[in-house]
Design a protein around this ligand. Structure first.
Ligand code: GLN
Length: 325
């Protein structure tokens, strides 16, 4: 399956490790950004935590800093949920039901749902992700949850559990997402009870992961859907392509254009401070650093992704000038 994918390879292991270490050294002193506080449990994070991990599609890991520090996955769940839903119902039906175009608006925008007329957004923002959650196979919330938790664990290559404090904290303050789900329901763009779908979405956002886990999850998307360490084919290779396309369009919400301009790669951010970047055919990068910019993207995460995209030669749009002078 890979012989027609002309994406090159990572530099040698020694070079990758040296650049990962350099990124950690370089961006540790950065102090800009604010912790997310609209979910009270996230406001207690330590702004100095900074970990990163690159996972190659061959399964080698290159880490620096707090790569084993657990945190809640938050919006980094969205590409993996979309992948699992595409796998379950087919990528065409998933696109028809959820939409794949950028909203140009913040991740929790209600206006985005209203404005599209038919309730479409994309699965990288809350509205599309809550709608995607409602499409998880199973008649009951518990059956849907089992599908989601097992699917995420297959991406990570180990069983993932919930951070109960974060889950309780977000459930207690989740009025905006509840409003989005109820609007989707009015527009017939949600396929399960809206309150139950919102709770499931919130539960999935509270799954506890590390940068190491996320790098392997991202590397699975870089590897045609096969988990580099377990060797399991978690989703089909073609589904990976669609997931990465939506990450490019909307992974960093209204700042997705700035991100693509800087890195030339699909990426995704989350409000707990995680970020993933996918280099198709090569590997996945995950960072953890809680201080965020105004759009809710980790400040150190973005700097690291830009630096490593350049220095590891990952930008998908880069080419050499060849041929006649
Ligand atoms: N659980 C968060 C929310 O729904 C996820 C948002 C994010 O990480 N951007 O608001």
């Amino acid at each position: 399956m890979t012989d027609w994918v002309s994406t090159g390879h990572l530099p040698t292991a020694a070079v990758v490790q040296q650049l990962v270490d350099e990124a950690h050294r370089r961006f540790t002193p950065v102090e800009e950004g604010e912790l997310a506080s609209y979910i009270p449990a996230l406001a207690t994070a330590s702004p100095s935590h900074f970990g990163l991990c690159v996972a190659a599609t061959g399964g080698q890991l290159f880490e620096a800093g707090e790569a084993a520090q657990p945190f809640s996955i938050q919006s980094l769940s969205k590409p993996f949920l979309f992948a699992l839903i595409c796998q379950a119902i087919g990528e065409d039906e998933a696109r028809e039901k959820l939409g794949v175009n950028s909203t140009g608006l913040p991740f929790n925008s209600v206006l985005a749902v209203e404005r599209s007329g038919e309730g479409l957004s994309n699965p990288m923002v809350n509205a599309g992700a809550i709608a995607a959650t409602s499409l998880a196979p199973g008649e009951t919330a518990e059956a849907k949850w089992a599908f989601i938790q097992e699917g995420f664990s297959r991406f990570a290559g180990r069983p993932l559990a919930i951070d109960r404090a974060v889950y309780a904290s977000e459930l207690a303050t989740n009025r905006r997402n509840a409003g989005i789900a109820s609007l989707l329901s009015e527009q017939e763009r949600i396929w399960f009870d809206p309150v139950a779908a919102t709770n499931l979405y919130t539960r999935q956002c509270a799954l506890s992961v590390t940068a190491r886990d996320l790098s392997l999850m991202a590397a699975t998307l870089a590897n045609g859907g096969r988990q580099p360490c377990t060797g399991e084919q978690v989703i089909g290779a073609v589904i990976c392509q669609h997931v990465l396309a939506v990450m490019v369009t909307a992974g960093l919400y209204e700042t997705s254009g700035d991100w693509l301009y800087a890195t030339g790669l699909p990426g995704k951010s989350g409000v707990s401070g995680g970020m993933i970047t996918v280099a198709p055919g090569k590997g996945g990068l995950a960072t953890f650093s809680p201080p965020l910019d105004e759009a809710g993207n980790s400040v150190r995460g973005q700097l690291t992704a830009r630096f490593l995209s350049e220095r590891l030669g990952l930008n998908l749009f880069a080419s050499r000038s060849e041929g006649k002078a």
